[in-house]
Design a protein around this ligand. Structure first.
Ligand SMILES: NC(=O)c1ccc[n+]([C@@H]2O[C@H](COP(=O)([O-])OP(=O)(O)OC[C@H]3O[C@@H](n4cnc5c(N)ncnc54)[C@H](O)[C@@H]3O)[C@@H](O)[C@H]2O)c1
Length: 443
């Protein structure tokens, strides 16, 4: 049965489905549809289904090529979206791309994954190949996905269906390019399943495909994101040290990275998005019942989670230096997404900053060109403000005329959490500049 499936995948006759049409699922569905596969997208958010079927991308940040590609593959009939799981009954390969967040206790919340698998199992055709692209805790494909699919379908693994795990490695802003150019780890429940998956992904990925088992694929994905979180936490802690001793972390980083083998990342106002803040917890979850005492993962998370708090501390110190206080001050927050030039606001550090400021009775105004409720005129929003807090590195901010900004503010104070502006240019424009990682002895 698997040999036959492999042939229909090779000839692009296999009928594909993608469950969950978000940042991961939509570009993947489009990538397969573009090269001729018939792709059905299953999505619970009905508005998203309507938007896609009208030929539009619901992702509104800078996403090169995606809008055009959605229009193209919907018009050609190669991609169609639906909310109706019944339509999955004739699909040969099903990719699962639903969200996998953690809950308030940092434990995996697999509600979306479970409900997708339960609904899929009741209609899944014999011999289908199911691939988990969502990021999951190591062991999840074996211990959660497999039993759920067997129970809901009444079929047995490697007899009635096949199962694999191929974690996605995209970044918003480069979704289509990443799918094509970034290597992938392909985990199969058997080597033959991994080989079949390889035939599938070879159609859309030009980079290396590394074949392995599911546990390794799950480990690689969660380890690579945990690595990033730990590295960012290191940079953030160095920023705090530089502030205290009167250094400039940006300069220090530049010089450190001239030393062989050093690749210090950039510090910043916090870590957000759907992945980096939760994937370390998914990794940690996999050893929850063992006696291993994890120290680095929680420490890194704690450092990174504290950065929005630190931004408010910097703001307070800056205000104090002008004889002002946070209470009742009007503050402009620049950027509400977690990433530059993206519309993704999930877990954005700005949300934490805004909450802290509001709890402290500051009057908060937000400007973000990618978030519908925070668009408008930056200068109008800045008018009468005591300070501007830069949280995101949107390209548009770089073009900002700082002189005009300073002229409309009540107190021209800037707290820059992403090194968007240079201290000299801000000062030249008449602003007092406080940069993360370079505020000397002030805090
Ligand atoms: N966003 C990224 O950059 C990125 C990168 C790599 C991996 N991932 C991983 O990929 C997965 C998806 O992330 P995302 O950013 O695309 O999430 P997302 O929230 O943008 O997309 C998930 C989509 O699934 C839909 N959905 C939820 N339950 C469903 C169900 N039962 N049936 C059908 N549709 C359902 C949601 O409505 C949503 O549109 C996560 O596990 C994430 O960790 C994300």
């Amino acid at each position: 049965m698997l040999d036959e499936l492999r042939q229909t995948i090779a000839s692009k006759e296999a009928r594909l489905a993608v469950i969950g049409l978000g940042y991961v699922g939509l570009p993947v569905a489009c990538a397969f549809a573009r090269i001729g596969f018939n792709v059905l997208g299953v999505e619970v958010a009905r508005q998203r289904v309507d938007t896609i079927n009208a030929g539009n991308s619901p992702i509104t940040g800078m996403e090169p090529g995606l809008q055009e590609l959605v229009a193209e593959v919907v018009a050609s009939g190669k991609l169609r979206a639906t909310w109706d799981y019944e339509e999955l009954g004739d699909r040969d390969v099903i990719l699962i791309c639903v969200e996998t967040p953690v809950d308030e206790h940092d434990l995996p919340n697999y509600e979306a994954l479970r409900s997708a698998l339960e609904a899929l199992g009741t209609v899944m055709k014999a011999g289908a190949l199911v691939i988990i692209e969502s990021t999951v805790a190591p062991g999840t494909t074996r211990d959660v996905v497999l039993p759920l699919l067997e129970a809901s379908s009444g079929k047995r693994l490697n007899q009635g269906f096949y199962l694999g795990n191929c974690p996605e490695r995209v970044m918003p802003g480069k979704l289509l390019a990443n799918i094509r150019n970034v290597s992938r780890v392909i985990g199969g429940m058997t080597p033959e399943t991994a080989q079949t998956m390889q035939v599938l992904y070879r159609h859309i990925v030009s980079a290396e495909l590394d074949l392995t088992d599911c546990i390794t694929a799950e480990l690689v994905k969660t380890v690579e994101n945990t690595y990033r979180d730990v590295q960012i936490a290191f940079a953030n802690e160095m920023a705090l040290i530089c502030e205290k001793v009167g250094g400039d972390v940006w300069k220090v980083r530049e010089l450190v990275n001239k030393s062989p083998g050093r690749m210090m990342l950039m510090p910043g106002a916090g870590v957000g998005g759907h992945c980096i803040p939760k994937d370390p917890w998914l990794l940690a979850y996999s050893v929850r019942t063992s006696d291993i005492d994890l120290r680095m993962i929680p420490a890194a998370r704690s450092v990174n989670k504290s950065m929005p708090v630190h931004m408010v501390e910097l703001l307070e110190a800056a205000l104090k230096s002008e004889g002002k206080q946070l209470y009742g001050s009007q503050i402009l927050v620049l950027g509400y997404t977690y990433l530059e030039d993206s519309d993704d606001i999930r877990n954005s550090p700005s949300q934490d900053v805004v909450k802290i400021l509001e709890d402290r009775a500051a009057i908060v105004t937000i400007y973000d060109p990618y978030v519908a409720s925070y668009k408008g005129s930056l200068l109008e929003k800045a008018s009468g403000c005591e300070a501007v807090v830069v949280m995101v590195r949107h390209k548009e901010y770089r073009a900002l005329d700082l002189k005009s900004l300073a002229s409309v503010m009540k107190t021209p104070l800037m707290i820059d959490g992403r090194a968007v502006f240079r201290e000299e240019e801000a000062c030249k424009a008449g602003m007092s500049y406080w940069g993360l990682g370079k505020s000397g002895e002030a805090v």
